[in-house]
Design a protein around this ligand. Structure first.
Ligand code: AMP
Length: 424
């Protein structure tokens, strides 16, 4: 097993060759296929429709948020190759809205010449160990980590990366699900029980499993001062545009707010944008990529996660940028040139979860001016479920946070007066 530390920076290698392609131009009027019919697919579809494309979506759920905007709906599971064949028959080009669609299914579209993004980055982001190797290979930094297959591996991980550490499932975890914090060696046994209990029965036998197929990864707890993200777009011709850096606030592992511009020093913003561009080039990206980062007190940026699709932390671009992340993604996938990504006004984005929605709708007359509501058309408003988001356009981030705070729906009293400190 190789110990991977903060100092292990592999020379730049790429997932695919970094050569650029002649753009395969898919003109408006053609059909865009979208794998996945959630809110990201829906907002992609809206941008594509505005540009004049038709939409075909693949999703098993008849009530998928994107289905209402699609001309055709292929009702199939995200691993159903027959469904992919059906989608390929009705679309001119395709993309995916989330990273857990089956790689084989996506490859079916790639083999038909209809997935300009390819499947390498998709496959890399489906497993946290592959993802970390990919980030290191592309010249980024990640927290020291250790693959975990057994309880003995977990004990060793504590020694290798140090405590406290964060243990995560390598496949399929989101919004803090499949994640455990270990603060002391006394807690290892009970965390191990919870980890094993979280695995589907067919994954509980780890005999013969290769290290890089490990179901869990333990990583050093990063004492970050802020969580940042950059969404970067790259066209088929190799043109790159980064959206402004977002400062992200999570509560209970769910993204609550994105503040833009991030309250960080200018040189950190430049460094974050350069890092995202470097990853985009090295990974031969087509479309948009969300790069989640931790900013440390020393001014270092550690990459936490990559998302090769539009990202929740860039929903602010819908109202605050010259071009939204969704339009930029559609442009890239369809071989069109990218458009400008500059911020036109400061903005605070707040996610509208199930518990917020009735309160928000009951406060219609109190809404601040320049608050833009985006709802995803989901029928059932469950607690913690992302129902939509609001973008509050403002003159300063503090003013936007204050406007949201005054609604009394979100917990953000502590966030209103955060200032820019020396390194962040
Ligand atoms: P993830 O599922 O990897 O996006 O993690 C969800 C959230 O958990 C992140 O946004 C952080 O707030 C926190 N987190 C994840 N990994 C770490 C880490 N290594 N150190 C500190 N906090 C972390």
């Amino acid at each position: 097993m190789t110990k991977v530390t903060a100092n292990t920076r592999i020379d730049k290698i790429s997932v695919e060759s970094t050569q650029t392609l002649e753009p395969n131009l898919i003109l408006p009027g053609s059909t865009l296929g979208i794998l996945g019919g959630g809110q990201l697919g829906r907002m992609m579809a809206m941008a594509a429709r505005t540009l004049g494309y038709q939409i075909s979506v693949l999703d098993p759920d008849v009530l998928a948020p994107c289905a209402a905007l699609a001309d055709t709906h292929v009702r199939a599971d995200f691993h159903d190759i027959a469904g992919a064949v059906q989608l390929a028959a009705v679309c001119d080009v395709a993309t995916y809205e989330f990273e857990n669609v089956g790689v084989e299914l996506a490859q079916t579209l790639a083999d038909a010449g209809k997935l300009p993004q390819g499947t390498s980055l998709l496959a890399a982001t489906q497993h946290r160990l592959r993802e970390k190797q990919t980030i290191l290979g592309a010249g980024g930094w990640v927290a020291p980590y250790w693959p975990v297959r057994t309880q003995a591996d977990l004990t060793q991980a504590a020694a290798e990366v140090g405590l406290p550490m964060v243990v995560k499932t390598c496949h399929g975890g989101y919004d803090g699900k499949g994640q455990w914090q270990v603060k002391s060696t006394a807690g290892l046994a009970s965390v191990w029980q919870q980890m094993v209990g979280s695995l589907p029965p067919d994954m509980q036998d780890i005999r013969g499993m290769q290290v890089w197929e490990a179901p869990f990864v333990a990583e050093q707890f990063v004492p970050f001062v802020k969580e940042l993200s950059v969404v970067v777009a790259r066209s088929q011709a190799g043109e790159i545009r980064t959206f402004p850096v977002a400062e992200n606030i999570h509560q209970d592992h769910i993204l609550r707010f994105s503040v833009v511009p991030a309250r960080i020093a200018d040189e950190i913003a430049v460094k974050a944008a350069d890092l995202a561009s470097q990853l985009a080039t090295s990974l031969n990206l087509v479309g948009v990529l969300g790069v989640e980062m931790f900013l440390t007190a020393q001014g270092e940026l550690w990459v936490n996660e990559l998302a090769p699709r539009p990202h929740n932390t860039a929903h602010y671009t819908l109202d605050a940028c010259a071009t939204s992340q969704f339009e930029q993604h559609v442009r890239a996938v369809c071989g069109l040139p990218l458009d400008q990504a500059e911020l036109q006004t400061p903005v605070v984005m707040a996610n509208v979860l199930g518990e917020h929605l009735p309160l928000l709708l009951n406060h219609l007359s109190n809404w601040p001016t320049r608050m833009k509501l985006h709802l995803y058309g989901k029928a059932e408003a469950r607690r913690g479920r992302k129902m939509g988001h609001v973008n509050v356009l403002c003159d300063t981030p503090e003013e936007g946070l204050q406007a949201l705070h005054s609604l009394g729906i979100w917990e953000l009293a502590d966030l209103v007066h955060t200032t820019v400190s020396h390194n962040c």
